[in-house]
Design a protein around this ligand. Sequence first.
Ligand code: NAD
Length: 234
Amino acid sequence: MLAVSHTDRVFVLSGAGVSAESGIPTFRGVGGLWRNHPIEEVASPVAWERDPRLVWEFYSMRRRVASAAEPNRAHFALAKLEQNLEGRLFLCTQNVDNLHEQAGSKRVVHMHGELFKSRCDTCSRPPFEDFNFCEPPAEIPRCDCGGRIRPHICWFGEAPFEMDRIFRALEKCTVFMAVGTSGVVEPAASFVACVAGRARTIYVGPEKPANLSSFTQCHMGKAEEVLPGLLDIP
Ligand code: NAD
């Protein structure tokens, strides 16, 4: 069991593996391909310029898959941990689904964006909730400014969101736990190295991550099987 004292500050980094058992495949799980396109080819600014309809088809498919998914025991365990720690949990997810929120987590930092939000590709209008496009749009929707509406996703080659807040939380944390993430995608893969040596560092997942050497503990197994026991949350 993970002992967390009343002075500990816990940073959790969740990855695609946390949602795998809910029916949302990881990129590695699908071999990094969608309809024979490498995922980088449909999730990048270059792809958006070349073929925005193809990009929307990909994200419409992902919205359909995510809308059918339900949170699993790992999401619920992390939501309960947030309640128990009363402000001392920082939950940073690389996932773009909303399963942490559906499980009851209130303060989730989505560093790679959110599947059910869109924004303008031109003006500074803030991202907005968007549950449409469960079928790909015939025309690319337009903003009032004339720009095109795009998914609110950090694509390959773009800067992740909220990095200042994330680095402040990393500086303060005494426990760092990564769950269901391969330790390959940067900058998230390097978070553990930022805290190694001064925080306890824990990995949870069925396979060893690429950055395993920076962790002091590794709990091999599926997140939904390991987390409830590790966090003592039945
Ligand atoms: P990844 O696809 O590179 O790796 C997935 C990891 O999950 C692997 O290490 C695998 O061993 C592990 N895993 C598989 N099943 C698991 C389970 N039941 N419990 C715990 N771990 C399990 O994923 P990544 O490291 O998160 O990075 C890939 C990128 O893909 C991220 O940027 C993320 O935004 C994006 N992505 C998100 C979703 C989502 O929102 N659900 C889904 C696919 C990809």
